[in-house]
Design a protein around this ligand. Sequence first.
Ligand code: GLY
Ligand code: MN
Ligand code: MN
Length: 411
Amino acid sequence: MAPNTIAVLTSNDIKHNNADDMMGFTQNNDLFYLSGIDQEESILVLYPDANKVENREILFVKETSEQIKIWDGDKLTKEQAAEISGVKRVEWVHDFEKLLQFMAFEADGFYLGHNEHVKRITYNQQTQQDRMILWIKEKYPLHNLHRVAKLTRALRPVKSVEEIDLMQHAADISVESFKRALRATKPGVKEYEIEAELIYHLTKSGATRHAFTPIVASGKNACALHYNDNDDVCQDGEMILMDFGVCYANYNSDTTRCFPVNGTFSKRQKEVYTSVLNCLKTGSKLLKPGVLSADYEKQMGKLVETELIKLGLLNAKDVAEQDPEKPLYKKYYMHGSAHHIGLDVHDVGLYYRPFEAGMVLTCEPGIYIPEEGIGCRLENDYLITEDGNRNLTEAMPIEIEDIELIMKNNK
Ligand code: GLY
Ligand code: MN
Ligand code: MN
C-alpha cells in the first residue's frame, strides 16, 4: 500500500429476487481472502501506518439482535470474528463511519475494492463496493484513491498450502460426483436428472454449492459454450458434455468431461474425443513456471489445429495459407485454454505474469462441430509446481476405456 493509506474492504450484498425471496449470499472474495469472514455486512479496515496501533487493523461485523436471532439464527460474536480473522480489534458495523472519521483525518488516501473483471461486468447493478466508493468520494473528496484489486490480483494467484488443500478437497468431491453422473446416464434420461446426481453428491459431501451453474449438454447442445438449460432428453447415440465445479469452503474446482449417452463412444465421437484428449495431455505440460499465458494459448491453438486437420475438419493447405490473425481453428475452438482458479472460478490474476509455482490453472481444450452434433471439451485443474505441475483432478476418469467401463458396470 502507498504510505499512510487506509484499505476499506466490504462484503457483497445479499442479492434479492422478488418479494422477500433471496438469491443467497456469496462473500466478496477479496474480503474473504484477507479475513476469512463469510458474513454479510462486514467491513475490513487496514491502516498499516496508523499512529495508534489499535487502528492498524479493524474488522467491523454486524451486531445481532433478538429479531435477527429469531429469523436468521446466530451471527458472529466479536470473539468469534477475531478468532476466525486473526484481527484483534473487532467493532460493530454501525460504528464504522464514526471510527473511520478519526483515521481518515490523519490518512492521505484510501484503497477501495471494485470488481475489475474484464468481461461480463454488469454495469446496471450497484454493488456494496460501488456504494462505498461513492460514499468515500463524497465524504472525503480530497483524499487519494487507490485500487485494492491491484494488490489482491498480485497476491491471490499464488496459493498457500491451506488453499491448495481446500482446492484438492473440492476436486476430490467432484470425482465422485462425476462417477455418480456416469452411472445415472442412459438413453432417455433428462439432462437435469444427471445434474441432480451432481448436486446430491456434492451436498452430501459437505460442499457449499456448485462452483457455477453446471453445464449438462447432450448432443448439439454441447456446442453452445455456456449452455445450462439442462432440460433436454439425452438421446441414444449422442455424447454429453458436462462442465461442473464444486465449491468447498469457498474454494472451487472446474472440470469438464464428455461421455456417451449409451455408454459406448461411436467411432466419430472417439476420434474427436481422442483429439481433445491429446491436446489436453500435451498442452497441460506447458503449465509450468516461467511460461507466459499468451505462448501457452498459441501452442494450444497449434495443437488443436493439427487435430482438426487429422479429423478432416481443416485442410492442411488452407491452414498453411491462413491469415495468422484469423486462424481457421477458431471456427471449431473459440474459447481460451486456461484460467486461474481459486476463490473465483475465473480467479483474479494478470495474464502477462509468467506462471509460478503455487498458481492453479485449468487446461480446457475443446472441439465443437455443430454440423455433426458433437461438442467436446476436457478440463482439469493443475497446480503449478517448481518443476512442472500436479493435476488436482487426476482421479477423475478421463480415458475412454475407463469411462466405458464405469458406464458398463454401473459401478
Ligand atoms: N465452467 C467455466 C469454465 O470452464 O471456465
Ligand atoms: Mn474453466
Ligand atoms: Mn469449466
